[in-house]
Design a protein around this ligand. Structure first.
Ligand code: LMR
Length: 396
């Protein structure tokens, strides 16, 4: 019997679609400002020296490739908890499991909540990372959205609360810890507390996607945001990625943390995550988590990693400011202050789909159809050309 002939073409996640299109483009001057990957001024995605050193140590010292465990490496999970949630006791107040990257962590958390019997309604910001919808669909959630920013790229708390009017108690709400993808707009402390209040009133259950810790602000300041959620809700879940902040994209390193006050309930919930892992991929890959653990366990490597992460963040911030400055000169009819002040690697440009297509066709510059630009992929030597192309293709 033939099965494959039944296959229908699928509409791909636009990020992956653009990645494929970019790779197939043979023009040597092409620039990828689509998928969120950091690129140096030399046009490569370098390996952090702290990561290289950790790998050398692993290569020297590792003496077995035996299975680790269904939950992954406990040493890694403990180190991550010390870094991200130093006030909580790992095991009693955090149930953790290693995951296949940050996407795997989002999937793990949603699937776990579904197993535990939450409402299968997931509230997402509009816009959000396209894969949130994909993961929600794959785990049987119906998605609803709230408008995250207004047309001036400002968060409108009243509007968000109004959009959540018919949310039911037990619905799940997904928040971005920092560096909102794709807008680059994060709530102020006051806005965050107002949102927390509204979520608590409605009985919404928070899932926090933490993919860009250390890309927005000083590492300590980004990290402090984890505790804000823990302080605001009796139970909260985190999906944490190490792809960007350790630059280990292809190693697929992440973890899911469930936080609460009832240690025995957490242990039971952890069993659910074990079952999900076992039935999905059995046990997670080890190399990436071993790198992270090796770095966090060594004072010297940790210091080196933090310095490299700061350099990455500062370079992105510098590019952002220069991009905003040049666009203010070349396209003064738009207010670019949101671009200048944005957090992390992404911002939305006011481009139309046609404008984006034109940039691709004329200049081999790849930007997401939504107008999302990956500022971390923009080398200084290419900035002028990119600004010209954007300015030429802006509407009106
Ligand atoms: C992005 O939004 O481009 C990144 O999070 C990478 C990805 O997997 O989509």
């Amino acid at each position: 019997m033939n099965m494959f002939e039944k296959a229908q073409p699928l509409v791909m996640d636009p990020i992956i679609y653009l990645m494929r299109e970019y790779r197939a483009d043979t023009r040597p001057q092409k620039i990828n400002l689509g998928i969120g990957v950091y690129t140096s001024d030399q046009g490569i995605t370098p390996i952090f020296t702290a990561v290289k050193k950790a790998e050398e140590k692993i290569l020297r010292e590792q003496d077995t490739k035996e299975y680790v465990s269904v939950s992954g490496d406990e040493g890694f999970l403990t180190q991550v908890s010390k870094l991200m949630l130093p006030k909580l006791t790992y095991g009693d107040e955090i149930a953790g499991i290693q995951t296949v990257g940050g996407s795997g962590a989002v999937r793990m958390v949603l699937e776990c909540l579904a197993r535990l019997g939450t409402e299968r309604t997931l509230w997402l910001s509009s816009p959000t990372w396209p894969n949130h919808k994909g993961i929600a669909a794959a785990t049987g959630y119906e998605t609803r959205t709230f408008q995250y920013v207004d047309d001036k790229m400002q968060i409108d708390v009243e509007r968000i609360i109004a959009d959540l009017a018919d949310a039911k108690s037990g619905d799940v709400i997904l928040m971005h810890l920092c560096c909102h993808n794709p807008t680059g707009v994060d709530p102020t402390e006051e806005q965050l507390q107002a949102l927390f209040e509204a979520f608590r009133e409605k009985g919404l259950f928070p899932v926090v996607d933490a993919a860009y810790v250390g890309f927005g602000d000083e590492l300590e300041n980004d990290v402090a945001k984890f505790q804000r959620y823990v302080d605001a809700f009796p139970e909260v879940t985190f999906a944490i990625s190490f792809s960007k902040n350790f630059g280990i994209y292809r190693e697929r390193t992440g973890c899911a943390f469930l936080c609460g006050h009832d240690g025995s309930a957490l242990k039971r919930a952890l069993e659910s995550m074990f079952a999900i892992a076992r039935a999905g991929y059995s046990m997670p890959p080890d190399h990436g988590s071993r790198i992270v653990r090796t770095i966090l366990e060594s004072k010297a490597l940790d210091t080196e990693w933090r310095a490299e992460l700061s350099a990455v963040r500062n370079r992105i911030r510098g590019t952002r400011q220069e991009l905003a400055r040049q666009l203010s000169e070349k396209a003064p009819r738009f207010d670019w202050s949101y671009l200048r002040d944005g957090m992390g690697m992404f911002s939305l440009l006011p481009l139309t789909v046609e404008g984006v297509e034109q940039m691709k066709a004329d200049d081999a510059i790849y930007v997401m159809p939504s107008g999302r630009i990956n500022i971390a992929g923009l080398a200084a030597s290419r900035l002028d050309g990119v600004v010209d192309s954007i300015a030429r293709n802006l509407p009106g």
